[in-house]
Write a protein that binds this ligand. Sequence first.
Ligand code: FE2
Length: 327
Amino acid sequence: MKILGIESTAHTLGVGIVSEEEILANQRSMFEPDEGGIHPRKAAEHHYQHALEILNNALQEADLEAGELDGIAFSQGPGIPQCLDVGAVMARSLALRYDLELIGVNHCLAHISIGKRTTRAENPTTLYVSGGNSQIIELRSGRYRIIGETLDIALGNALDKLAREMDYPHPGGPEIEKLAEKTDEIIDISYPIKGMDFSFSGLVTECERKIGKKDDKIIANSFQEHSYSAVVEALERAMAQENSDEALLTGGVAINSRLREMVEKMCEQRDAEAYFPPSEYCMDNGTMIAHQGMIELKADIETDVESSGKKPNWRPDEVEVEWIKED
Ligand SMILES: [Fe+2]
């Protein structure tokens, strides 16, 4: 079975192609704002402008014609509405033109599924941290439950905001990481954990107030140490509660080496295994959408054109997981 997947929830337009045996293509184009954060209309314009090019690149990489595919999967949500429309339009057009199955998939669940495919994780507790989402997710009784999540902004968004205030370019995460690596010094700021939930906007404000009074690298290091400790503590609590011995770290922020180090250390201490998918499959990508589409289509799950509209607020726990048989 060969499935093409389209990702367009936020700044990345991605097209990937998978079969059961292989990942056949993974192409992307990322919208880079000139200033500020992601402007929904401008990001959508970027996606429309690059749609054909990225689609053709993926088909070329896989050495396939569109008619040889078995299905078209797309990120139906959650995400920025204007951006979601692009993927949905591309997917519907291809499915109708070539008479292919259409599968609208949940973006968060696709992160978990590609994480499992590219590592040896079987039933992990997932920490998904990106520009738009920050959640701890676990499969329980037929659904991926959100065990913990941000109460305000996502961790990646917080990193971007702080970097922007310090006059560093988008995306902010890598800039903050580079700065933080230059020092071990931290200042005392709030530790943003609430049970198994966390929050970052207060922490960003606190750090912003230190700009000009403290060195940028100390602010960056303090932000990383406090926010990453909070999400890893929440992850550990979730694992302890479920007696889980596998952690999966994914999402754009998952490529941060300090965060990986903290997850690794925590898992070591509890005799659990930490799994880190390759960076290209942590960031938003079309391949994960293709893979999620494939496992759903194999379980006879597909989407009618009539119900293929965008779902900007689609939470992963709304999806009934019919493609995994639990013990
Ligand atoms: Fe994502």
